[in-house]
Design a protein around this ligand. Sequence first.
Ligand code: HEM
Length: 410
Amino acid sequence: MKKNEVASSPVPDHVPPELVRDFSLFTSPGMPPTVNGDPHAAVACVHAGPPIFYAPHNTRDGRGTWVITRARDQRRVLQDTETFSSHRSIFASALGETWPMIPLELDPPAHGVFRSLLNPLFSPQRVTALEPAVRERAIALIDRIAASGTSCDVMKDFAFPFAVNIFLRFLGLSDHRLDIFVDWGKDLLHGEPVKRSAAAQKIVSFIDDLAALRRKVPVGDFMTFVVQAKVEGRPLTDKEVRGIGVLVFVAGLDTVAAAIGFDLSYLARNPKDQEWLRSKPERIGLAAEELLRAFSTVQMLRVATKDIDFEGAPIRKGDYISCATMIANRDPAEFACPDTVDLAREENSHSAFANGPHRCLGSHLARREIVIGLEEWLARIPAFRIKEGTAPITHGGHVFGIENLILDWC
Ligand code: HEM
């Protein structure tokens, strides 16, 4: 099977044919990988249809999912953890195993136990303490780009090294293996099955080795905290330490880079907005929220724990349910002119970081990285555009992203 090709599952008997749609976040026409395309606009088309439908191959391994289109209904699903479970072992399944990434793939009450343990590590205060390092890193990378000419590949030269450096720093790790980590992340999220499981194995070995090292020689970093932590009066098991380490590793790898890529791609194509934002840096925080809304990147999956009729659809125990943030955030019932990017939009309770108990733990960090990245880019790089003769290639999947973004300026 070639890259990006997926096996399709047969439609289960309980799914009425009129609720089946030829739609996939991976393969639909107009969907990624597209050259110069607009995957978010392609996704937004579903709002012309019913609130829920069945997509026969809407996961990386070609499984069918129900797709919830309305933001309000997605919130209902994400809040109802008894009916819609997060227990899926998505990462471990690449290795033929079943342990959960923690806390993402745990349901309450176990989820709350680990979430309370980790919350302080992701607090706004901790992020504020990291800010000078985040800014320093952004400036160093952009200054190097500016000194080396009038063109660059934003993803390779800025977005990935910036985001991955910060999250390694957050974990307390040096970045001498940064390029290797970026490659592991790409193979894991977008590679064909063999590359995917090889990358998963490398990440697991890296996390297990790191945990063993921190047990022997504690150094006061993230992993030292995890191996020394206690929940309900007992130390964490090796599998729990691994589940936490792997999740934090994967969650920070390409989400922030993708957001920065989509933001700069939009600004490159919209010179008026670019100029407006450059002249009003104090509006970058608000604008970043609008860009997070309009170019949301994450699809969440849940598994039904029982049979339930949902907005007329017969969901059966074991069915997968997709709550895609890129769909919810284009819902016309929640956002006026949802397909228009309005950098001054004030009413903007988007769900780019999810809703419910699994709301993104890294959102404070991610927001600061995006805002600081945009501030320093706009302050240092003059009017930029997509370099003539090049075209950004976007990719779909559980996390949307951009493979290359070649910009130039005078
Ligand atoms: C723009 C960047 C990011 C976006 C759009 C994003 C989005 C999300 C979403 C939608 C979820 C919910 C997933 C689900 O319920 O299935 C989530 C969960 C999570 N994210 Fe993020 N994320 C970003 C960056 C980060 C970063 C940088 C980190 C860590 C350093 C992080 C750590 C986590 C963790 C640990 C969870 C699991 C929370 C839980 O289950 O309680 N995220 N994120």
